[in-house]
Design a protein. Structure first.
Length: 72
């Protein structure tokens, strides 16, 4: 489950901890391998985070399944 989704400059949404680890390892997007130069170039993905909050409050995975193609 993605928590605290952030968007890379290549347009992928990744949980903050995952992208932070990927940047420490190799400075690349874990989805497409695009170079991500700086963690400051990551932005919160408010839509995905809102979908996650709704899913958690409703207790089922419809929102997760709808968002899955956009997440790593």
């Amino acid at each position: 489950m993605v928590e605290d989704a952030y968007m890379t400059k290549c347009g992928h949404s990744v949980c903050y901890n995952c992208i932070h680890q990927s940047l420490e390892d190799n400075n690349r997007c874990p989805k497409c391998n695009h170079v991500v130069d700086d963690i400051d170039l990551l932005y919160p993905n408010f839509l995905v985070n809102e979908l996650i909050l709704k899913q958690n409050s409703m207790g089922f995975s419809v929102y997760t399944e709808a968002a899955r193609p956009f997440l790593v």
